[in-house]
Design a protein around this ligand. Sequence first.
Ligand code: SAH
Ligand code: SF4
Ligand code: F3S
Length: 450
Amino acid sequence: MSRYHVKSFGCQMNVYDSERMGDLLAGEGHVAVDSPDNADIVVLNTCHIRERAAEKLYSDIGRLRKPRADGSRPVIVAAGCVAQAEGAEIGRRAPAVDVIVGPLAYHRLPDLLREAAAIPEDARGARWGRAIDTDMPASPKFDHLPPRRHQGASAFLTVQEGCDKFCTFCVVPYTRGGETSRPQADLVAEAHTLVAAGAVEITLIGQNVNAYDGGSAGTDSLPGLIARLAEIPGLKRIRYTTSHPRDMTQGLIDAHARIPKLMPYLHLPVQSGSSRILKAMNRAHTRESYLATLAQLRAVRPDIALSGDFIVGFPGETEQDFQDTLDIVAEVGYAQAYSFKYSQRPGTPAATMADQVPEPVKEERLARLQAAITAGAYEFNKASVGRITEILLERPGRKPGQLIGKTPWLQSAVVEIPGAKIGDLIAVQITQGQPNSVEASPLQAERAAA
Ligand code: SAH
Ligand code: SF4
Ligand code: F3S
């Protein structure tokens, strides 16, 4: 029996995968520990989306390989999208790595650990190269994973994986392979397991979750899956992320009007407000088509909170293109948004495009964009004051007696409710808007029911 620690560096899919690698290790009789420092097996589940992500892997390996006070060092597993993209190269750069496993092959982690352990200590230099699996098998890993052990009020559920869109800046189609959907029946079963273990909220995840098509056997799409999951009695809230504007169908838009358990929140990355840049990014949507989609959503669900991702400094981005991005932020009124400096990713078309934007220009644009996004989020939070709603309690607050929950619009809400506990859904009124959160006070039971 060993102690293991899995560290996630990436997106929600990466977090889901970390949890599932934990399930595999627990299934082998190993026990989870909170820190890599007292673990016998450390899994570094990496992300390749921007360059600093890979640097974090190498600095972690550097720290882990140093012998501890008792002379031991943990077995080191490099997993995730960097493992997929760089493969054996990781072992050449960091020979202390024992196992390299990609995001489509991690169901083989227990086997790979056994392979690595069978290699004698004196062959350590060559050891890494032999316990590696970065295949992209046709047979999906999900069929080989043990049942979920997830405990907690909120859970992720991977419904779709991979990407066929090939945005010119992005590594995901290369690290995660093509779009595949899991069969609806498997997902309904996994959701039942989660709910039986206490989940009241499930977030359906995928690189392009709204491209979900029911798996090879099915023809059903994401709104059909959501409707099916909404029938599970103990499940109170359903969310999904990340969506691509191109796959925002009328059926999915209508689901926001039809299915009360579907939360009024949508993360719909636009990347840029300039149609010229969107074309160079191969996004397959324009500024206008994106805004038209949002208008349709707001027509059926006027309170929907919107979120997005932005890239500044894509090759060829002019000050005018960037102004178009600032404009779209003001026009949409995002509840929150993520923004990044363009990062040249090896092997992607944009990496070798002419007119790369100098670093200081990217930095200056990012600062202006983030200021606009932050101001917009504050406005959104202030505008929600007075709303009567429910929050799902997630964690203790900073001060004694405080709890932090999530509103339907995914705002963090701070409350003081004697006797309430993590996982409770409670009726509140929002009393104050802060830049990154709201304050709320509990409602009397009879008022909440009204
Ligand atoms: N499938 C999702 C995004 C997944 S990647 C979508 O299409 O919206 C998450 C975010 O990382 C992207 O939305 C993008 O904003 C950012 N990103 C991806 N590649 C990047 C790069 N090369 N440089 C900077 N940001 C990048
Ligand atoms: Fe990357 Fe574009 Fe696919 Fe999103 S849609 S994962 S940004 S290639
Ligand atoms: Fe990163 Fe891979 Fe997710 S590159 S963003 S961990 S799909």
